[in-house]
Ligand binder design. Structure first.
Ligand SMILES: [Zn+2]
Length: 342
């Protein structure tokens, strides 16, 4: 069963003419309805995260600050992260959406997708960043660890930006394998996410970054992900999987310089389905509304139709892979050789 966790209430996080605005989800949802896909999904409303849920990830000081700031009218928390008067409540709902989706996968669903905003993967334990207020995925992961005693988690994040918040929260944690593929941080926000950031202390070897240069496309992504994801997941043996979904690596997206096409999204989804029969999907970025709506529909269709094979979404003929991508793979192979064999 495929569950979608969504609420029209997410529009109440009002950001005006900001790239991360309420229209993003409205356009995606409208497209799912128009294409007859929404009616085939098991749709659930999110339950807001409790203070206890948030405190497993965020500091009390930060949560108090965020709550006060929004109550007194909101505004810019930093140079590009906006919060409106209701944003704190809606951020709790978005974090709750990630929990609801995780609970659904634990109980009954094969896949559950939390289509929520504000996004979460840049938010750290003690600060908002990059359009993110609460780290939705981290809150859901800690909820599953606490409530159900699950031990080991894999997170695969393919948003165009490095999920610095998620990475930082689990940086010392050997039970969470965070794998992120993103645009080279020398050329894009948040300026972190290099290969050498491998985790620390007990967590060393469990933060795996795949930074690719501007202009990298679907062939480059498939080439490198095929070599890394399956062996890493097989060795790690997780109890639970998260796919952190960002559509901002699309060639039409205004916020990155990557060149992914619509078919990358069903490809990565079906590739993950070859690795695990159950997973939670959590929405992060994506700022070309049309590209997002199309790619999102393709991704959901693949989740529903188990008979599709990843090869169906590969570019026809041979992959056209840049030399730079091959070099980056070699560097990852060397850096991670104490931990994984690729
Ligand atoms: Zn992003």
């Amino acid at each position: 069963m495929i569950s979608l966790v969504y609420s029209p209430e997410y529009a109440r996080h009002q950001t005006g003419h900001h790239p991360e605005n309420q229209e993003r989800l409205e356009v995606m949802m409208k497209y799912l309805i128009e294409q007859g896909e929404a009616e085939k999904l098991d749709i659930h409303l999110p339950v807001p995260a409790s203070d206890e849920d948030l405190l497993r990830v965020h500091t009390k000081h930060y949560l108090n600050h965020l709550q006060k700031f929004t109550k007194s009218g909101g505004g810019y928390l930093d140079f590009d992260t906006f919060a409106s008067p209701e944003s704190y409540q809606i951020a709790k709902l978005a974090a709750g959406g990630a929990i609801t989706a995780s609970q659904l996968v634990f109980d009954q669903s094969d896949f559950a997708y939390s289509m929520a905003r504000p996004p979460g993967h840049h938010a750290t334990a003690d600060s908002a960043l990059g359009f993110c207020l609460i780290n939705n995925l981290a809150v859901a992961l800690e909820y599953m660890r606490k409530t159900h005693g699950l031990r080991k988690f894999v997170i695969v994040d393919f948003d165009a930006h490095y999920g610095n918040g998620t990475a930082e929260i689990f940086y010392n944690d050997p039970q969470v394998l965070y794998i992120s593929i993103h645009q080279d941080p020398r050329t894009i926000f948040p300026g972190k996410g290099f290969i050498e950031e491998t985790g620390s202390r007990m967590g060393e070897g469990f933060n795996l970054n795949i930074p690719l240069p501007p202009g990298s496309g679907t062939s480059d992504y498939i080439y490198i992900l095929e070599k890394i994801l399956e062996p890493a997941c097989r060795k790690f043996q997780a109890d639970f999987y998260f796919l952190d979904v960002g559509f901002d690596g699309h060639q039409d997206d205004p916020l990155s310089s990557l060149q992914l096409d619509d078919d990358f999204y069903p490809w990565i989804t079906s590739h993950m389905q070859e690795i695990t029969p159950k997973m939670v999907l959590i929405l992060e970025g994506g700022y070309s509304q049309d590209a997002m709506a199309r790619s999102n529909l393709k991704m959901i269709k693949v989740l529903k139709d188990k008979s599709t094979h990843e090869d169906q979404w590969r570019p026809s003929g041979k992959l056209v892979v840049k030399d730079e991508t091959k070099k980056i793979f070699k560097r990852i192979q060397d850096t991670f050789s104490p931990f994984f064999t690729f």
